[in-house]
Design a protein around this ligand. Structure first.
Ligand SMILES: [Zn+2]
Length: 547
């Protein structure tokens, strides 16, 4: 319609314009007319359009499938492997795979709504309930600042009594240990004096615990006075220090009943003697001592069968308060078929084992004086310093400076000191007219007249006297004549005789009468130990029973 108005306003512009305008107007009119005419047949128009779309689609489909056929995108991958056509097929497959993977869903946990809403207030409440790590201050709960009503105390009240446990450390002084625990120095000295009257203070074992009770301070700043103290001074003695009514400290001894029945352990040897004995409850140190003693006496590998029984007796102490202490091995035996096969008992001051017949442990041969290679033997040789051939009257062992030198067998030190070219030398006499000498020592560990045992350290390797370097020159003498140490191999055995043998046998019978496992029972408490102070209410009860 707007267009039509324009047409009318252009009328004045001339015939050409008018005719053109009227032509366009008529064309416009005819267009309106054509629309108006199509209104009744609208359905057929849509159908016609759909038909044309369908045709165009069919044509496009034909064209596309024709083109795709010529492209040959999906050939069989089983044929012509490696050809260009095959690679094209592979490419199609990979592309389809990539599309499939691109649509792979992302698995993640679904977030649920929390059952409780946590706003700032709730979070603060949580915080007051949690336990904070020490590193972050360790404080928890609600904090309150002091209000106006809070009046600070002038001094906090103290506990009337403090109970604590002090432990005596190794190399620690008794009174200094008490002072560290908070006992005043006057009290500490007094207690040390009282305790030392009962037990020498250096005999109190390190690790002993002392129960200390400290009382109320007489005035502010003064040390707390000692109210009571309890210490297990010895295995069989407890000491108590108490402050009496007069204010003086006094000592009370509580002897503890101790039973010394030795611990006897028996069992079948089985696969391993060590394991069987340990399984039967023997302490490890006792089993080791047992094996060593038996091994000295018999060949353990050949002469002990798995069906044999071991029998060991260990010194043992039981206190009425429940403590137990195992000591050294007293008896070692092997039984076969109920009869004793080997019986060894410790006897004498040196604590050696003797067989039931009274024969001591057999000591085969001599031990080497030092662990080292022999560099020069007994016989004629060219002297390394003097330069001419002469008799080498001993054996040389190569060893480092300071290596311990041990006695080759039991003996007595007949001399220890400088001996010319021999340097620092120790000479031992072993009985049977036999003696040994050890030369060039850097340091001697024994004195003249001392008794030494086989394997005991008598000195240390050095290079004193006529020597080219640290080594041990070792000599053996029969009377005054030097002999080859390698030629002597003596066996020593002690033999008990006469009165001592009788005593030994009766002691053996006594120790073998111990019942196995008897020492493991708890001590039966005596009446005094079980006595518990009666309360008044219990006294009333008993009185009623009697009536
Ligand atoms: Zn030599």
């Amino acid at each position: 319609m707007e267009q039509a108005r324009d047409v009318h306003s252009n009328d004045a512009q001339g015939a050409d314009g008018e005719s053109a305008a009227s032509a366009s107007a008529s064309a416009n009119n005819s267009g309106q007319l054509a629309e108006g005419q199509s209104n009744p047949g609208e359905g057929t128009m849509v159908l016609q359009r759909a038909e044309s779309w369908k045709d165009r689609y069919a044509q496009w489909r034909d064209n596309t499938s024709e083109q795709l056929n010529t492209l040959d995108l999906a050939p069989s991958l089983a044929e012509n492997i490696g050809s260009g056509r095959w690679f094209r097929g592979l490419g199609t497959m990979l592309a389809l795979g990539a599309v499939a993977i691109a649509f792979w869903p992302n698995f993640s946990a679904l977030e649920a709504k929390p059952a409780m809403t946590t706003d700032a207030g709730v979070r603060d409440e949580f915080r007051s309930h949690m336990i904070m790590p020490l590193a972050l201050g360790g404080d928890s709960g609600r904090q309150m600042s002091a209000g106006v009503q809070v009046i600070p105390l002038e001094s906090a009240p103290e506990r009337p009594q403090i109970e604590l446990v002090a432990t005596l450390a190794k190399g620690d002084g008794f009174s200094s240990m008490l002072r560290r625990a908070g006992v005043g120095s006057a009290d500490a000295e007094k207690v040390a004096e009282l305790v030392s009257g009962a037990v020498p203070l250096d005999e109190v074992e390190p690790g002993t615990r002392v129960d200390v009770v400290l009382g109320r301070r007489a005035e502010a700043g003064a040390p707390r006075p000692l109210d009571a103290l309890k210490i297990r001074a010895k295995f069989d003695l407890e000491l108590q220090v108490e402050r009496g009514d007069s204010g003086n400290l006094s000592l009370r001894r509580n002897p503890i009943r101790v039973d010394e029945t030795p611990l006897r352990i028996r069992g079948t040897v089985g696969q391993s003697l060590y394991r069987s004995a340990r399984a039967a409850g023997a302490p490890a140190s006792a089993v080791q001592a047992y094996i060593k003693a038996i091994d000295n006496q018999i060949d353990m590998n050949r002469e002990i069968a798995s069906s044999d029984e071991f029998d060991m007796i260990v010194s043992y102490r039981r206190a009425a308060t429940g403590e137990r202490q195992a000591g050294q091995l007293l008896y070692a035996g092997i039984d076969r078929g109920g009869e004793p096969k080997t019986q060894l008992m410790r006897w004498g001051k040196q604590g050696r084992f003797y067989e039931a017949s009274g024969v001591g442990e057999q000591r085969n041969g001599l031990v080497a004086p030092v662990p080292g290679r022999i560099t020069s033997r007994f016989g004629m040789r060219r002297h390394p310093i003097l330069g001419y051939r002469r008799m080498h009257s001993g054996m040389d062992f190569r060893a480092r400076h300071g290596t311990p030198i041990v006695a080759v067998t039991d003996g007595r030190v007949t001399s220890a000191g400088r001996a010319g070219g021999c340097g620092n030398a120790v000479r031992l006499s072993h009985g049977n007219n036999l003696s040994t000498r050890y030369c060039h020592m850097s340091r001697m560990a024994v004195r003249r007249g001392q008794n030494v045992r086989r394997g005991q350290v008598i000195g240390y390797v050095g290079s004193t006297g006529l020597s080219t370097g640290p080594h041990l020159h070792y000599e053996m003498y029969r009377g005054s004549r030097a002999i080859n140490p390698a030629s002597v191999n003596f066996v020593t055995r002690a033999q008990l005789q006469g009165r001592e043998l009788i005593e030994f046998r009766s002691a053996l019978n006594r120790i073998k009468s111990v019942e196995p496992g008897k020492a493991l029972e708890d001590l039966v408490p005596t009446r005094k130990e079980t006595e518990v102070p009666l309360r008044e209410i219990e006294k009333i009860d008993t009185a009623r029973k009697i009536s």
